[in-house]
Design a protein around this ligand. Sequence first.
Ligand code: SF4
Ligand code: SF4
Length: 288
Amino acid sequence: MLEITILSGKGGTGKTTISGALVSLAGNAIICDNDVDAADLHLLLHPKIKEKHSFYSGWNVTIDSKKCVSCGNCESVCRFNAIRSFPGENYDINPYSCEGCRLCERMCPVGAIKSEQNTNNKWYVSDTEYGNMIHAQMEPGEENSGKLVSEIRKKAKALAIAKEKKYIINDGPPGIGCSTIASITGTNKILLVIEPSKSGLHDVKRLIELIETFKIDTFAVINKFDINIEVSEDIQKYLAEKQIPLLAKIPFDKSMVESMVLGKTIVEYSPESYISMLIKQVWNKISI
Ligand code: SF4
Ligand code: SF4
């Protein structure tokens, strides 16, 4: 089984468009949307949800003001300064500062502090035209996206083994955060989708530095290379220095936009187009 992860240094490079196109070419894959903070692969693949699971991403900790005797223990033990007290007012927890360690709960002499597992975040097993898709939905501001990515990847792998699939295709998150690290760990190949802009080059350099620590076979495409030829050439030079094979330079084409508007992959929308041919070449090179 070959696990391929598609990544970009930043958002808006066309990573999901390329991921969707590769999925529609693979045919024998489990699909996993690792971009759990801003999932959008479902817009192209239209999954039909079969299973729904909760992801326990942390603890919601609250103080019952009726029980609190204002001893101040909780405020003094919280290392994250998440507990606020104002003269003449109740003690209160700032949810944006609270790390959910639950130490305050243990230190409260009257049991005024309660914690509940946060179950706002969900992950799903779905059917698509191209096979099972594992995807998730994190609420804004929620934490532990790396842990959620690890969880859905584990499910994707189990399904791939059970169904004897040849590929797992991960649409990874942008950037170099925890969810990217969770997407890279243990994957077999990485495809970088790079946008020809100064920020695109800067961000992909940071991503490549991260990937180098994992020593994984890495390939690249430049998407919309012709919107900035000069930066595209800089990207090519950088990739050559890093010995990362450039599999395709994909030109800007309005059919890409049209396909997205219709909720189709470019390979479905325009199978004989030059862009589809380029993406087929990318798949043929990366899938062996
Ligand atoms: S759970 Fe931990 S971080 Fe949150 S308020 Fe209590 S002591 Fe502070
Ligand atoms: S430790 Fe308990 S009783 Fe003391 S201030 Fe905090 S919530 Fe109130």
